[in-house]
Design a protein around this ligand. Sequence first.
Ligand SMILES: [Zn+2]
Ligand SMILES: [Zn+2]
Ligand SMILES: [Zn+2]
Length: 299
Amino acid sequence: MGTGTSHGVPVIACKCPVCLSSDPHDKRLRCSALIEHNGKNFLIDVGPDFREQALKFDICSLDAVFITHSHADHLHGIDDLRIFSHKNSAAMSADSVIRTKYPETDGDGLPIFSSERTNGYIHERFPYIFVNHDKGGGIPKLNLISIDQNTAENPLKLAGLEVVQIPMLHGNHHTNGYVFTCSDKNGIKKSIAYLTDCNFISSESLAQVKKAGCQIEHLVIDALREKEHSSHNNFLQALAYAEQIKARHTWFTHLTHDKKHGQIQEYINTHLQEFPALSQITKEGGSVSPAYDGLTLTF
Ligand SMILES: [Zn+2]
Ligand SMILES: [Zn+2]
Ligand SMILES: [Zn+2]
């Protein structure tokens, strides 16, 4: 639902060719994704554009939220979860089946899954949600749930979906990637790996990504820009991680306003030959491309 960096594209007050572009692929809201599975909706990150995204993509319910890290561009739309958290908590108390699916929440509030560390930041930064409950009905009803124990050996199971957290570094900041795995219509297990906001993925974490799913159909990975950055992958770093992960389709996200969509694709096409596994995958029908808002990935 969003593929832009922290300021979004167009950037406020910027008159560069990308920010002035009329190509809808160059309109990048803050990073976010929606996973739809077995009639359930799972949100990844709730940034400042969440309200606009929920309206644009007609989200009518949410069953859980996964937070990658506590930066504002991934979290500060949290107040707008209240519509869903109130709907969700009503449904949970009425429906014992759903209550059983999320025993961790005791059937109360919208489950927010993240690392213990990120949950601590969220709790500290929004005391009016978690501490002072006496301010009327205007706050979201949320349950912070740690996902630290959910490795490839012990995935979180939600409505037939298996979820594994992938610890990564984003400058000095710790962030979580996520791998979502389920069976396709032929019963073959496939995965989507969502690895935004990172510039270092350890060999242990890369092994977790590969262990989490038998076949990685889609990799969505942080690729800010061509030039290096202190806390985000540049294009070549993203390609180097993609070369190791070997997904059938790789998508760049968290894009800034240095290049238009078509120029990013040109950059990828020019450099692909430096990455033999990715070159081979693209010859066999796979792809490496910039993501864009509204992109739908299925299997
Ligand atoms: Zn970000
Ligand atoms: Zn610009
Ligand atoms: Zn960040």
